[in-house]
Write a protein that binds this ligand. Structure first.
Ligand SMILES: Cc1ncc(COP(=O)(O)O)c(C=O)c1O
Length: 400
């Protein structure tokens, strides 16, 4: 199926107001998501929060089925969280690392994951190592294979990074991890909703997602997939009355399923919105979304690369809808602000969110444009034309 772009845009009120190329930050929500979220907030105000949750039980529970459909797993392997970082940390801190354990991370790793790994290494004596990239700038599967030994407790990889078009070869990494019997945690924060994901084919045991980016859900939503086998071996670093049951004064039983990583309290309206967003994405189909995102991303990348003074920095053999670039003579923030003044949303990636990669490449900051299926080639051209004007004025030494 192809995406009906006209319909997708009519479903998206924000398309009338902005050229939104910050989908890697937070996408524009479809009105179905907005309406469902607001309706639940209104119900909470009218009849009470607990009573509204009880009435909306079906919509709340839909999140688990829709997420299971998106990821090709069972509903009891899904936990709802309030962000991808929370999902990642819930899984990561449950490993109970010990001195001498080795934790392998990707060079594209997201800053928050690297920070958590740094803390755990400092507290426990585990060692964090970064797997080298191959000649395409994606994780080298051969290098990973060579690094493996019996002390490796976890392979954690960022599928699509925050700061570039790279798509890491997750399926091949999963094969290596499976063969070695090492748990594999995939940060799919920037890939979920952008490209098809199937945990069986990816070979991952844990996978993390945020709602607000490519899935177009409300902010403050996320998901953790934890395989049945691994979930029951991982004791969450934090428990509450939902993740565990206080069965006797001196005895607690931890839930057997992935919801052991949840907390009791949740933003129910946002959770319902996430369920609607998942169904909305599934309605288009992830293959159709990916075909269009990839084509629009390639066109935008080519358009920007052709602008004098612009350098595009995306790595990898397969590239996503994230396009990163620099403009000679202009800071990334100046470009972002100038585009914003023209009604075009992009964002800035700083080295502090991806130091393993950006420090090595000597790139302190990048402009990040991220294009979704509801964007158009005309919007992409408008961005390129505006950037070309900003680059020309920079080369003429003019201030913005
Ligand atoms: C690759 C990657 N992982 C994780 C995150 C964290 O997501 P969240 O802000 O939902 O915690 C981000 C956010 O930009 C990201 O780009």
């Amino acid at each position: 199926m192809r995406i009906d772009v006209g319909l997708a845009r009519r479903d998206t009120p924000g398309c009338e107001r902005v050229v939104h190329l910050n989908n890697a930050g937070a996408s524009l929500q479809p009105r179905h998501v907005l309406d469902a979220t607001i309706a639940h907030l209104r119900l909470e105000a009218e009849i009470g929060g607990y009573e509204a949750a009880a009435r909306a039980d079906g919509a709340v529970e839909r999140v688990y089925d829709a997420a299971a459909e998106l990821l090709g797993c069972a509903r009891d392997e899904i936990a709802f969280t309030d962000s991808a970082t929370r999902a990642w940390c819930a899984a990561f801190y449950a490993f109970g690392f010990r001195p001498g354990d080795r934790i392998l991370l990707s060079r594209a790793e997201y800053g928050a994951n690297a920070i958590a790994a740094w803390q755990v290494a400092r507290r426990t004596g585990a060692r964090v190592e970064v797997v080298p990239d191959d000649g395409h700038g994606q994780l080298s599967v051969d290098a990973l294979r060579e690094l493996l030994d019996e002390r490796v407790r976890l392979i954690a990889v960022t599928h699509v990074p925050t700061h570039g078009g790279l798509v890491n070869p997750a399926g091949e990494i999963g094969e290596v991890a499976r063969a070695a019997g090492v748990p594999f945690l995939l940060d799919a924060c920037q890939s979920a909703g952008q490209l098809p994901l199937d945990v069986g084919r990816l070979g991952c045991d844990l996978l993390t997602v945020t709602g607000r980016k490519w899935l177009r859900a409300p902010r403050g939503t996320g998901l953790l997939y934890a395989s049945r086998e691994l979930a029951e071996q991982l004791e969450p670093a934090m428990l509450d009355l939902h993740s565990a049951e206080w069965v006797a004064a001196d005895r607690v039983e931890i839930r057997p399923d992935a919801r052991r990583f949840e907390t009791w309290e949740a933003n129910v309206a946002a959770k319902i919105g996430l369920g609607v967003a998942l169904d909305y994405a599934l309605g288009w189909g992830l293959d159709a979304i990916w075909d269009r995102v990839r084509a629009l991303g390639a066109a935008l990348r080519a358009g920007l690369a052709a602008v004098p003074g612009v350098t595009v920095h995306d790595l990898g053999q397969v590239k996503s809808g994230i396009v990163t670039f620099t403009v000679a003579g202009r800071s990334a923030d100046a470009i972002r602000a100038a585009l914003r003044a023209e009604g075009i949303n992009v964002s800035v990636s700083l080295a502090s969110s991806a130091r393993y990669d950006l420090d090595r490449r000597g790139l302190p900051e990048l402009v990040r444009a991220s294009i979704h299926y509801y964007n158009t080639l005309a919007e992409s051209e408008r961005l390129c034309n505006t950037v070309a004007r900003l680059a020309r004025t920079a080369s003429a030494g003019q201030r913005l």
